[in-house]
Design a protein around this ligand. Sequence first.
Ligand code: HEM
Length: 510
Amino acid sequence: MSTTTDQFDIHTHTGFMPPEAPLRRLSVYLTQYEAWEVILDDAIGLRLQLGSKEDLTSAEVTASARWRARLEKMPVLSGEPLMSSEHFLRRAHHVLAYLLHFYVNSLPPSTPVIIPHSISLPILSVSCKMDLPPVLTYSDNVLYNWHVSETEPPKGGLSKGVIAGPAESMLGPSSADKDAFGFYSPKFPTVDRVTVLQTFTSTRSEEVFYLASQRVELAGARALALMETVLDELFLSDDLAFRRITSYLDSLASVIAEMQQALESLKDGCEPEVFYGEVRGWFFGEKEGNPWVWEGAEEAGFEKPTKTKGPSAGQSTVIHALDIFLGLGNCVATRDGDASANGGEASYRSPGSLLRDMQAYMPERHRALLIHLSVTPRQLRAAIDGRVASSRAMSSDDWDSESLDTDTQALLDAYNASVAAVRSLRDGHIRIVAAYIVSPAANERTRLTEKGSAKDDVTELETPVDIGKASRTAAQHAVKEARELKGTGGTDLVRFLKGVRDQTAHAALI
Ligand code: HEM
């Protein structure tokens, strides 16, 4: 892969998460941005509520209207001083995207969305510079939203070896991260001691939701190291190299199993009803039928943004990387961003084209890795397929032309074990989606229907019933949401996730 940390912004021990903690507050370095940080602190401190929440109290309605009015009146700050540092840009994107999502999602449902100058112009300029969409992304919530717990040392002492991989020297710096005795620096994030920096709701459920993804990323760092090593071995492609590839693929299957465990750690602290009812609503981006107006954007020369979906862990580069590396056929990455590259048609969005859309929400250099993996001439699956075919051809055993030599059989088994591990991870993920979205959505629908505030047919809700207009709109909204079951990334989620899982299952080589 000839990977350098700089080229793809990957670190040996932390993968796509940076090894140093993200900036906690812009104003530590650039005092003029204190106003952004303060108004964000206020949104969190005031516990602003979703505009779609049923039974909003008048105090809650007033608090969020006042907060939005303050944001509308804030001066437009130039983004220029931020451009000199990636650390500033990341924090600025995080803060502005949080402000944007607090603003938009605290509005009563179906209110026209006009994004005030005070955020529209800075977020557009910061996002342009970063080549990221001007909305909340997985990188804002997960990759650049953590710090290392200083009060709680990791269980079992320092984290020596916790996330070390077999190829740890090949992906960027490592010795500088350890002290003279080989222990990781106390500031270094590990699965045990990473902690979330900021949330919308200050709930443990939201924190654990991000934490689970951060743990998947940290476990995934070893997968990236293994991928690089395998690609290096493919360059040699002799018998010995393939024997080593077999052992790396065995390790990869175990690492993917650890990633699944990290994903499932979500269940320890993330409550489905809290996630569905209180947290998820903050992630929504632009919705069909209610286009966002970006104040001042046209006059300032910005094109109307087209990538305005909400964040999704589907934007995690490490899972896409595994998919491309193993040749599972779900995602490819192309430089020109052509979604039809996966066979997408205008009327039917294949899972592949939806996954490709998600790549536009990834940090630029992470996306570059996916392109690199897609175009490298050293494709693992094709190489294994070739070894299997030639082993079969060489077989002198006429009555059993299927037999493979021992090494090739071991190689094939190791590859298929990695494919099976990805399939199992996706099965685990589907169970999570069932518990955290499908089931609470069904409960909500039943509850609202029983309550009589919402009939099964949304149009019936247009007739006046004995609830206030605001809660009627909220109920309509909730039923529509529950029925459509769109992912925050805007997908028809059940069809999409099963499509990706089934494609993975079919990718095993025989
Ligand atoms: C409460 C927890 C979670 C829920 C409810 C959830 C929900 C979803 C949904 C609805 C999608 C469809 C795309 C969209 O529209 O957003 C999706 C996709 C995806 N999610 Fe999650 N997710 C959760 C946790 C995670 C975690 C922790 C990870 C790992 C980092 C993850 C990885 C993925 C991936 C890779 C996809 C793309 C589809 C695939 O490759 O199979 N999810 N998720």
